[in-house]
Design a protein around this ligand. Structure first.
Ligand SMILES: O=C(O)[C@H](O)[C@@H](O)[C@H](O)[C@H](O)COP(=O)(O)O
Length: 237
């Protein structure tokens, strides 16, 4: 594993030889951060992304021994589908993380019973507002188009999602280039965290990340931050 490089203005890179090594290290890192937060303030919280990349890491994290009853989990974003749907990020979290030692953690999902995501904004905001915050950590994924969370380049309300002075913790959005309306944390909600971790694999995503700031991809909103600390955890596919 190469050593991370850091500077005041650039995120720290953590590069691993394999996804298995990355998953084990990230699970251990998050468990350590949760233990420290629980010792400090009696509670820990994580906002986690869906997608394919984090699933094995979730399974590793589920086996970490810590006071999971003091841990609250939520999602960085959710697709507007029922919680049993194959595309549900809540289902993904329940199947992979809320297992083993982590079965007693509390999950505050972003999907409400409302037919439209826009109608669920109030309830989803209230759920996130009730969590122990700042989050212990936020773990972001990234798509090949440079979207992170559900901040899609073509979304009509992208400016609202990325408004650093906005007061909403979550907002509904139509991704345009991907299925399902979404509920997503906003930029200020993601930034209210002890740290932000970008978890990606493969050379293609590494290249996208390299272009992100120059091309104005939504993930640039994270890469340009210095507070909280941002780290990029990467391994080849
Ligand atoms: O769509 C979601 O639910 C996500 O939260 C999204 O932002 C995801 O992290 C990326 O699309 C990467 O997805 P993959 O890991 O499947 O490439």
């Amino acid at each position: 594993m190469s050593e991370p490089t850091t500077s005041d203005s650039k995120p720290c890179w953590r590069s691993f030889d394999s996804s298995a090594e990355l998953d084990a290290a990230l699970a251990a890192h998050l468990a350590g951060a949760l233990r420290a937060d629980i010792a400090r303030r009696g509670a820990g919280s994580l906002a986690l992304s869906g997608g394919n990349t984090p699933q094995a890491m979730f399974r590793a994290l589920s086996r970490e021994q810590l006071p999971w009853t003091e841990v609250a989990l939520t999602l960085v974003d959710e697709r507007w589908v029922d919680s049993g749907h194959a595309d549900s990020n809540e289902r993904l979290l329940r199947d992979n993380l809320l297992q083993n030692a982590a079965a007693t953690a509390r999950l505050a999902g972003l999907k409400t019973p409302h037919p439209r995501a826009t109608e669920g904004e109030g309830e989803a905001n209230a759920r996130v507002a009730a969590l122990p915050r700042p989050f212990t950590a936020v773990v972001l994924g990234m798509g090949g188009d440079g979207h992170t969370a559900s901040w899609f380049p073509q979304a009509a309300n992208l400016h609202r999602l990325l408004d650093s002075r906005g007061t909403d913790l979550v907002a509904a959005t139509e991704p345009v280039t991907a299925p399902h309306a979404r509920m997503t944390l906003t930029l200020p909600a993601v930034l209210a965290s002890g740290e932000i971790i970008v978890h990606i694999t493969g050379d293609e995503k590494k290249a996208v990340l390299g272009e992100a700031i120059a091309r104005g991809y939504p993930i640039a909103a994270i890469l340009q931050q210095t507070q909280p600390p941002v780290s990029i955890w990467w391994a080849p596919q």
